[in-house]
Design a binder for this molecule. Structure first.
Ligand SMILES: Nc1nc2c(ncn2[C@@H]2O[C@H](COP(=O)(O)OP(=O)(O)OP(=O)(O)O)[C@@H](O)[C@H]2O)c(=O)[nH]1
Ligand SMILES: [Mg+2]
Length: 390
């Protein structure tokens, strides 16, 4: 169309009244049937689902209908605008998808909430175990001596547990979390790469451990469930329909990315800049930031994307800021000579843009994907750009 449809909001897309034409989400295909179950972090790469069947299923679902109207017909019948979310593991892809869902008022289903609830319990258990282990590793004692036996109880829990905690375990977790020693260990969390949502969930354990606990949309934003394979959502705004594909960022999942490269109108690339001091779980040697930068370069050089706009999210700015004081950036990127957070951010941005050199259209944003308000503004701007170009 070349410009925003008549009747479009002049403000951000978030301000526009969304017309949701369909809602497909949570590892479902466009027909609404399950693709692959999300797996717990300890089971990466497993699952009995036939990946080829899944890919064929998706391709069938997204292949343009030859009988459908094309641009130039009635506005409502424009071809769907297809967006691809790419980036390494835990870079914020699904968080952005969830922010988009919130923005377009795509409510989460009961099944999704139930599924996510299980992961929230597991995340809490893993995080508190990490804190307890670190406390012992550092040779620290709890201020409340009774927490020593509570720590034993927590360490004895099965790490693959996905259900409610017994009252005894709940009491032990709450007491350990409140202990000054734990708070001291937590203040140094950058050293142990503790999941960022630790405080958020532990502060609310009593509420979360109730049988009738129903996660809020913010709980979903804060929790992490690794994406397996490909999930997608369909939504409409400004008389246009969008299909957004979210891909798992692990190496095993990246193999499937190329099956989705045809007919993509924009790429949302997430890069967790806070990972400059972390190594990849998959091999234990590759620096995570360096892996993400290589991935970005590969996408920017992909022949099929030469005219496809890339919206780059330099994500986890909050964690990055926090980490810089503990882990100087120059220890990991010796060419960095700056001193301030802003200089560090500029340096990372330059690094990222240099990896997209030669690519025709790219837009860079510094983001904190868990913040609904700031993300809604940024995504609003992005959707306006996309609408103008399609
Ligand atoms: N503090 C903070 N946490 C974030 C930010 N972005 C995402 N997170 C958290 O990071 C975790 C991982 O985010 P996801 O969006 O699920 O990561 P992903 O890229 O989809 O990861 P895979 O599906 O494994 O490829 C979640 O717990 C989020 O709440 C951010 O900007 N700041
Ligand atoms: Mg994901």
């Amino acid at each position: 169309m070349g410009s925003v449809c008549s009747g479009a909001s002049k403000g951000t897309v978030a301000d526009a009244t969304p017309a949701i034409s369909a809602q497909k989400e949570g590892n479902v295909n466009a027909n609404g049937s399950p693709l692959q179950p999300s797996r717990p972090p300890s089971q990466h790469g497993t699952g009995a689902v036939d990946e080829n069947a899944v890919i064929q299923d998706i391709q069938r679902a997204v292949t343009p209908n030859p009988h459908a109207s094309t641009k130039g017909d009635d506005e409502e019948n424009y071809q769907i605008i297809r967006l691809l979310l790419l980036g390494a593991v835990e870079s914020g892809k699904t968080t952005i998808l969830e922010q988009i869902r919130i923005m377009f008022k795509q409510h989460f289903t009961e099944a999704e909430l139930f599924h996510r609830k299980a992961f929230i319990y597991n995340t809490i258990l893993r995080n508190v175990r990490t804190l307890v282990s670190r406390t012992r590793q550092m040779g620290l004692l709890y201020v409340n001596t009774q927490n020593e036996s509570g720590a034993d109880l927590i360490l004895a829990q099965d790490e693959t547990q996905y259900g409610h905690f017994t009252p005894e375990v709940e009491k032990a977790i709450i007491s350990i979390w409140a202990d000054k020693t734990t708070q001291h260990v937590y203040s140094k969390r950058s050293e142990i790469n503790l999941n960022d949502s630790t405080k958020y969930f532990l502060d609310n354990l009593e509420k979360i451990n109730k049988m009738d606990f129903r996660p809020t949309s913010n709980d979903l934003i804060m929790s992490y469930v690794p994406t397996v394979g490909i999930q997608n959502i369909i939504f409409s705004t400004n008389h246009r329909s969008f299909q957004l594909f979210d891909m798992g960022g692990q190496r095993i999942d990246r193999r499937k990315w190329a099956t989705m490269y045809d007919g993509i109108d924009a790429i949302f690339f997430c890069l967790a800049i806070s990972e400059y001091n972390q190594l990849m779980d998959e091999d234990g040697i590759t620096n995570r930031l360096s892996d993400s930068m290589s991935l970005l370069e590969k996408i920017a050089q992909e022949p099929k994307f030469q005219t496809t706009p890339i919206f780059l999210f330099l994500n986890e700015v909050d964690v990055f800021r926090e980490k810089l004081t503990v882990f100087p950036l120059s220890n990991h990127l010796p060419e960095y000579e700056g001193k301030s957070v802003e200089e560090a951010l500029d340096f990372i941005e330059e690094l990222a843009t240099s990896r997209m050199e030669g690519h025709q259209k790219n837009y860079v944003y510094r983001t904190i994907a868990i913040e609904t308000q700031s993300m809604s503004k940024i995504l609003g701007e992005i959707f306006q750009i996309i609408l103008k170009n399609n």
